[in-house]
Design a protein around this ligand. Structure first.
Ligand code: PGA
Length: 249
């Protein structure tokens, strides 16, 4: 199966900077300088969606998404953005449940479940992020936290694995490894991904990405691990060179 390599640019880059990186990526993909068994995803800030989508237009196995959205079509939701607006900007995927939205913006499991279902019902693809804090891990709560995050989001979904397989991915991102330079060790990644696949049960065909301090130097060994179907990359995806190195790992 193709490995999925996703870039989450978070709140970084002006439009022209995002466009420049996307153009370099687009050129590399068109020139077949990336392996054929990679699917590439880019999640730029909203304002950069149109130039990034344009720069990557027509690139094979390349998907563009928004980092967030509000689950209503339109209306009095000051500061929010809808799926039709995202679609109009050229993107068809969304990140849901990223730890920064769970822990800084206080999104609950229930709201994340609502957004997951809403996006899938409206024809969007979803990368659903899950992961435990250091406190939860040290308190022996890894299993409980992942089980709760997965079941709350997946239980309301109609079970149609063939459709879901193309439109839903899980990203396991231990909160303590995000942006900290502390990548989870092989043993921890193997254990957590095995657990996630088990907890997914009838949904275990869904791809499970690893995220948290992925760099060009550790990407190949992470991708080689059982049950790691791809990578969600923050900091190291900001420069085209390092993101391409990860794609080529
Ligand atoms: P990082 O972020 O690669 O900078 O640790 C990963 C993420 O938050 O998706």
């Amino acid at each position: 199966m193709a490995k999925i390599i996703a870039a989450n640019w978070k709140m970084n880059k002006l439009r022209s900077e995002a466009e420049d990186v996307a153009k370099v990526l687009g050129q590399a993909i068109r020139d077949k300088k990336v392996p054929a068994d990679r699917t590439i995803m880019v999640f730029p800030p909203y304002l950069s969606l149109p130039p990034v989508a344009k720069a990557l237009e027509g690139c094979e196995r390349t998907l563009v998404g928004a980092q967030n959205f509000y689950p209503e079509e339109s209306g009095a939701f000051t500061g929010e953005i809808s799926l039709p607006m995202i679609q109009d900007a050229g993107a068809h995927w969304v990140l849901v449940g990223h730890s920064e939205r769970r822990h800084i913006l206080m999104e609950s499991d229930e709201f994340i479940a609502k957004k997951t279902k809403y996006a899938l019902d409206h024809g969007f693809g979803v990368v659903l992020c899950i992961g435990e804090t250091l406190e939860e891990r040290e308190g022996g709560k890894l299993n409980e936290v992942l089980a709760r995050q997965i079941s709350t989001a997946l239980e309301p979904l109609p079970f149609d694995v063939q459709t879901l397989e193309k439109s839903l991915m899980i990203a396991y991102e231990p909160v303590w490894a995000i942006g900290t330079g502390k990548v989870a060790g092989e043993k921890e990644v193997l254990e957590a991904h095995g657990l996630v696949k088990e907890l997914l049960g009838k949904h275990s065909v869904l791809p499970v990405l690893y995220g948290g301090s992925v760099k060009p130097g550790n990407a190949a060994s992470l991708l080689a691990l059982d049950n790691v179907d791809g990578l969600l990359v923050g900091g190291a995806s900001l420069a085209a060179e390092s993101f391409l190195a990860i794609i080529n790992a």
